[in-house]
Design a protein around this ligand. Structure first.
Ligand code: HEM
Length: 407
């Protein structure tokens, strides 16, 4: 609709306002027309250019908002127990703490462990697809596939007993609100209660696994130490377990949901993917680019630096618009066109640099396994009605995905 009619300030207003169901495309296009970076206020900048976002993510002068910075920016933040929980995780740590936490976590969250999960994912997909028909011809694919799959996979990986999966879905959903820029008092109360419950749960599970080790991530992370004998503190251990749960859940749900809608909107491509599951790799990269499940992240400028041709001062706050960077016309020809045959996509959907998503290989694998399997099982799969977005700014996905399985 409004392409060309909106100016950059208006775009910033839309992006920073409480979220609605609207698509951000027109606002992103307006930002690109303005340039790679836009100053919104004295401390605040929106960064939309691909090269600028990529460089900022890799620049050691840019720090994540850690406990010390939260203390300055938001006195009283520790009362928000859901925020405080993640403050001890690697996502909210800068060097040297980040380096140590990340090294310990990568040491147990290995490519081998992810590869070994492929069979678990395939089996779960099979079970979930088999169950779909039990609900009749019309089902919600978010509720019946895109939600339960990542929860099953992450709980299996962590070593959470199957009977506790339902609880985890509820807790993860309540905590995910913290990743948004706007949340209500009700969201906060729910998230804080979930944080308490999760800490207690993981505290208990860690004790169990210390007494009786199992082949799972809780056991491995609790025992992790590197050559210098460095370990995670008790708080860091719980924070990172909670982070793995929350970071790996709704994001992957949205990747799968977004991918299904793009497939159903491009039936010729769906036919190709059904015949050749190898195409799933390229397909998932293009979905990540054009409909990024995570639309933004933030950084604080620790030392004055150059971003997109502008000098940003120490203390400035950057909103790095990953979703906009993925639509940068200077980086991608016809950025708003879905084209899985593009070469060298490299979307910024998983971030870049030191905090690059630890779970990227797992999320990719889940989508690469689930989508061709879905198409093969239900060749006549179709949207039953136009789905609606969740009213969110950062975690982009469909609220429900009503489909018919057969004609
Ligand atoms: C970090 C996106 C799935 C675990 C990140 C970041 C992004 C991201 C953008 C960087 C944040 C920043 O730099 O500020 C996504 C997307 C996913 C996904 C789009 C799904 C499509 C997962 C999964 C897991 C996971 C499945 C784990 C099981 C993490 C962790 C970090 C992270 C632990 C923090 C890394 C660090 O701070 O060093 N993710 N993620 N993510 N993600 Fe993911």
């Amino acid at each position: 609709g409004h392409y060309g009619l909106m100016d950059a300030a208006e775009a910033a207003g839309i992006l920073l306002a409480p979220p609605t169901e609207r698509e951000p495309d027109a606002a992103y296009a307006a930002l690109h027309a303005h340039g790679p970076i836009l100053q919104v206020s004295a401390p605040l900048y929106l960064v939309s250019g691909y090269a600028a976002v990529d460089r900022a993510l890799r620049d050691p002068a840019m720090e994540t908002f850690d406990a010390a910075q939260l203390e300055v920016a938001w006195p009283g933040w520790r009362e928000y127990r859901a925020v405080a929980l993640f403050a001890d995780s690697m996502l909210r740590a800068n060097p040297p703490h980040h380096t140590r936490q990340r090294r310990l976590a990568s040491g147990v969250f290995t490519a081998r462990r992810v590869a070994a999960l492929r069979a678990v994912v395939a089996e779960q997909v099979d079970v979930l697809l088999g169950e779909l028909t039990a609900y009749g011809n019309g089902v919600d694919l978010v509720g019946r596939l895109a939600y339960p799959l990542p929860i099953a996979v992450i709980t299996a990986l962590l070593g959470v007993p199957v009977e506790d999966r339902g609880k985890f879905r509820r807790l993860a959903e309540a905590l995910t609100g913290v990743l948004e820029m706007h949340w209500t008092e009700a969201d906060r109360v729910r998230a804080d209660a979930a944080a308490d419950e999760l800490i207690e749960y993981f505290g208990h599970l860690v004790e169990l696994r210390r007494a009786q080790p199992a082949d799972d991530l809780v056991t491995a992370l609790a025992a992790a130490h590197d050559a210098d004998g460095e370990r995670l503190t008790a708080d860091e251990l719980l924070a990172n377990l909670a982070l793995l749960l929350v970071a790996g859940f709704e994001t992957t749900t949205n990747l799968i949901g977004n991918a299904v809608v793009l497939l159903l909107d491009h039936p010729a491509y769906a036919d190709k993917l059904r015949d050749d599951a190898e195409l799933a790799t390229a397909y998932v990269e293009e979905v990540l680019r054009i409909d990024s499940p995570v639309q933004l992240t933030t950084r604080r400028v620790a030392r004055a630096a150059e971003v997109g041709g502008v000098t940003v001062p120490a203390g400035a706050e950057l909103v790095l618009l990953l979703g906009a960077a993925n639509r940068d016309p200077d980086r991608f020809a016809k950025p708003d066109v879905f084209d899985p045959d593009r070469a060298g996509v490299s979307p910024l959907s998983f971030g870049a640099g030191a905090h690059y998503c630890l779970g990227a290989p797992l999320a990719r694998m889940e989508a690469q396994v689930a989508l061709p399997a879905l198409l093969r099982r239900f060749p006549d799969l179709a949207l039953a009605e136009r789905p609606k977005r969740r009213a969110r700014m950062n975690l982009r996905g469909w609220r429900e995905l009503p489909v018919t399985l057969t004609r």
